[in-house]
Design a protein around this ligand. Structure first.
Ligand code: SF4
Ligand code: SF4
Length: 396
């Protein structure tokens, strides 16, 4: 089925890169830009005199080799190429939890940035913007530097995600909402379909010119923070964020990209290229680059099966829930801190007078899964009840 016969095919470069080696990644990226049009393409992407803002994934304060964040060597290779086209490059992000400067330092990104005179922006200053033609959200506070960037290039990491199923280019731009304001959006958009519509509005408002996805080592399983590293040897580049995400989704095992909530919303709202016939893949073959036995966070299919109008009781019976793995819990209370609901759904209780563990009042939980996403110990997993699994015909 072709959504719109007039849509020109979006070009995406799919590259094989087997190692985090700066010279090798640079070589692959240069090849990717060649496939997309070479110097002419780059000069159109970055008009003379433009300032470039890079937006890596800095989910939280992580070590430099962590598969949770964009690898600093990919970051360095990108800068090496772009410095020939812009004399003013900066980078920024607003992590879901923790101090962004510390996150930049620990990840190795800051060291690379200092080496190339790339400035750091903490995304602390926001600008209030009205968006009348939005799909859903008309009033916004977004990071000023991202909103005003001449050229914004996103550098996402390929990972599983409990709510959005996977995170790549479109979801990475959620970091353009400053700090704790992200939690408010979770409360306002408790259902995956509306949350994904919100992400599309954000990506229209804060226009990203290009995406370079780091999938050299991706994350499978209990992502986006506590999954396992998965060697995929992959870099994906393109101007269309939805096309890049569509290729990424198919690589990790969603045969139909519309089996993921974000790409279903892209399709339903005619937001961008998402179907295979709307995308031209250059470089490697998708078939040969597909990951074997990638552990998805959520299976594709009927993700809106819980209609918002069903009773809370029924919803609590069938919806996926955050579940504590007690042995892993270190009692840090971060889950309680990041829960966006007020009053909190999570309360810490003493066990044996030794340590505290969280308990959930699931009648008020909106299933945003921030607690799972940001637990530093991987002590929270998302699980369906038996009834939920049966109704959904899901093996997970
Ligand atoms: S579940 Fe995770 S975030 Fe919550 S207290 Fe335990 S270790 Fe900390
Ligand atoms: S308990 Fe977890 S999933 Fe539920 S609302 Fe709080 S952060 Fe979100």
């Amino acid at each position: 089925m072709i959504q719109n016969q007039n849509i020109q095919k979006e070009k995406v470069a799919l590259l094989r890169c087997s190692d985090y080696d700066v010279d090798l990644i640079e070589e692959k990226l240069r090849y990717g830009f060649e496939l997309l049009g070479g110097d002419t393409f780059l000069k159109r992407l970055i008009p003379r005199g433009s300032k470039v803002l890079l937006k890596p994934n800095m989910l939280s304060v992580e070590n430099r080799e962590s598969p949770v964040i964009t690898n600093y060597k990919v970051f360095e290779s990108v800068i090496r190429i772009l410095k020939d086209y812009s004399s003013e490059i900066s980078f920024g992000d607003s992590p879901g939890f923790g101090d962004s400067k510390r996150a930049a330092e620990k990840s190795g990104l800051m060291e690379v940035a200092n080496k190339y005179n790339v400035k750091f922006d903490e995304f602390k200053e926001s600008v209030h913007v009205k968006f009348e033609d939005s799909i859903l959200c008309k009033s916004w506070n977004v990071a000023k530097s991202a909103y005003e960037a001449d050229v914004l290039i996103t550098l996402p990491k390929l990972k599983t995600h409990a709510m959005a199923y996977f995170t790549a280019a479109i979801k990475n731009q959620f970091g353009c909402i400053p700090g704790t304001q992200k939690a408010t959006w979770h409360t306002r958009m408790p259902h995956a379909n509306n949350f994904c519509k919100m992400l599309l509005d954000l990506n229209t408002l804060v226009h990203t010119n290009f995406a370079i996805l780091d999938g050299i080592i991706a994350m499978e399983g209990n992502g986006p923070k506590n999954g396992s590293p998965k060697k995929m040897d992959t870099i994906i580049m393109g101007e269309s964020l939805s096309a890049v995400d569509s290729v990424a989704a198919r690589l990790i095992g969603y045969e139909d990209p519309l089996d993921t909530p974000i790409l279903k919303e892209v399709y339903d709202n005619k937001w961008g290229a998402v179907l295979p016939e709307e995308i031209e893949i250059l470089g490697e073959s998708l078939k040969q680059m597909k990951a074997k036995n990638f552990k998805l966070s959520r299976k594709g299919g009927n993700f809106y099966f819980i209609n918002p109008t069903v009773t809370n009781f029924l919803r609590d019976m069938i919806a996926p829930n955050p579940v504590l793995i007690k042995d892993k819990c270190v009692g840090c209370s971060r889950c309680e801190e990041v829960c966006p609901e007020n009053p909190k759904v999570i309360n810490m209780i003493d066990i044996n007078g030794k340590k505290k563990i969280p308990t959930w009042d699931m009648t008020r939980c909106i299933r945003c899964f921030c607690c799972q996403e940001l637990c530093p110990a991987g002590a929270i997993e998302i699980k369906y009840s038996t009834l939920g699994r049966i109704l959904r015909m899901d093996k997970r």
